[in-house]
Design a protein. Structure first.
Ligand code: PNS
Length: 165
């Protein structure tokens, strides 16, 4: 019997970028179901609230039939057990990501040995890209077209009106 592997792709997605979309597409080609799960950490300040982060991600991933969007609070492994998910997807850009990802993967394994973390290397064109960098650029009055999907671009411009328009 074929087993459908359920994977969770967790993150802040504040906002989702083309780099995240690339990882979700590659994960969707491997796993039966991929759930993009947006963290709501009540102690953290986000640029976009969870409804906005959710709406942007759902729109950007609507072309992938086996990908859904959800959000969670608390421990990732608890959430995964509730949803019967076996695999955590994380994207890797450069070596600088490794230390944090290694630590997180080992902590999650300690908490839930049955869950596997699966790393997908980003596309070279997105190796420099991060949500925080994108937010900073827009906040400072810049605009980058090809790093976020159109709906995210629009919301960033609304949130941070360009200084020189
Ligand atoms: O996009 P990010 O901020 O790099 O994602 C980090 C995330 C959401 C995967 C991580 O912070 C997380 O899983 N948080 C939930 C709390 C938890 O389970 N912590 C233990 C693992 S470090």
């Amino acid at each position: 019997m074929e087993r459908k592997i359920r994977a969770i792709y967790p993150g802040s997605f504040d906002p989702i970028t083309n780099g995240h979309i690339y990882i979700a597409e590659r994960a969707a080609a491997i796993f039966g179901e991929v759930r993009v799960s947006i963290l709501v950490n009540l102690r953290k300040q986000y640029t976009f609230d969870v409804e906005d982060r959710h709406a942007m991600a759902a729109e950007a991933l609507s072309h992938l039939p086996n990908v859904t969007v959800d959000h969670f609070t608390g421990l990732l492994v608890d959430y995964m057990r509730q949803h019967n998910a076996q695999v955590i997807i994380r994207g890797l850009r450069a070596m600088s990501d490794f230390e944090y990802e290694f630590q997180m993967a080992l902590i999650n394994r300690q908490l839930a040995p049955e869950i596997e973390t699966f790393f997908i290397i980003t596309d070279a064109q997105y190796s420099y890209l991060s949500s925080s960098l994108v937010r900073d650029i827009f906040q400072l009055g810049g605009a980058m077209e090809n790093v976020v999907p159109p709906s995210v671009f629009r919301r960033l411009r609304e949130r941070f009106p360009a200084h020189f328009d």
